[in-house]
Design a protein around this ligand. Sequence first.
Ligand code: PMP
Length: 363
Amino acid sequence: MRAYNFSAGPAILPEEVLKEAQAEMLDYRGCGMSVMEMSHRSKPFQQILDEATQDLRDLMNIPDNYKVIFVQGGATQQFAAIPMNLQTKNGTADYILSGNFSEKAYEEAQIFYGDKAHVIASSKEDNYTYIPDLTNLKIDDDADYVYICENNTIFGTTFHQLPDTKGKPLVSDQSSMFLSQPVDVSKYGVIYAGVQKNVGPAGLVIAIIREDLVKKEFVNPTPTMLKWKTQVDKGSLYNTPNSYSIYICGKVFKWIKKLGGLEAMKKRNEEKAKILYDYLDQSKLFKNTVRKDSRSIMNVCFRTGSEELDAKFVEESKKANIVSIKGHRLVGGMRASIYNAMPIEGVKALVEFMAKFEKENLK
Ligand code: PMP
């Protein structure tokens, strides 16, 4: 039996996609081998890569002047690749801190920019329980880019509006919200995401980069593999890519298309999140821990206020087939990651269990 898997990532994938991959495991469409065993230079794999790229372009309506690359090293490697690719001689970098992943990205930028890496807004002092105020941001005239982590996986917050970057390229980490709703790609310089939350198996990053930001010259000595240009020029095949993950992502793109694209995903995700937040807002035991205007529809954090009860909840929920619901250690409590592939039944089962637990444990 499949569990209701609320893991933050690697995370639940559509059952339909897994079954399809299972059916093709030993013999991919008459090739006599699994995609795992296939040369990345072969025709069938090239077709998988081309189709995945085109389906992603269709889904996100990616303008022609944006490049799409599939790379490795996790979202974390991009924390360094971003400053390395975007830094200009006298440039600065502006960071908005909304959680520990933007903090980590900022720390990485400091390696290259030193004190020219600036924090222009932060909610760290309140343990990242909201998205910082975006009005009157002090964007440096020399900023090479403005950086955000658009959905904060650990803290359960999301940007409901984008900052005004005063014409500077906006770089966004969309790892835990990728393809969960429509986004206007033209508003960004770079969008990137580790795929292991909403789209596929871990070990692959998708980056969407405005072509003028695919630089030829670098301020720092930059390893070949960290230059976006390397993979742009070679169509993500400079070296051996994570071919199996690309294959599964391609299937997930088709699954999203079939369900009606990103508008349909948004509707479905909002519906699921509403069930959970509505319950939390009336609960006398559980509390959502973030400011209402910053709530994420992907990662929903909640707690009882007692560590003992939280632990009991995590333990007992397993009997209701609910797994990986424990919150991140930086926040505590519980976290339900309700990505695209989480069926509405999973959220209903969770709320049902929460109501039962509340009844039994509320004094
Ligand atoms: N950014 C966000 C928003 C994340 O949630 C994560 C992983 N949880 C990362 C970056 C780091 O990703 P990776 O482990 O792929 O390097």
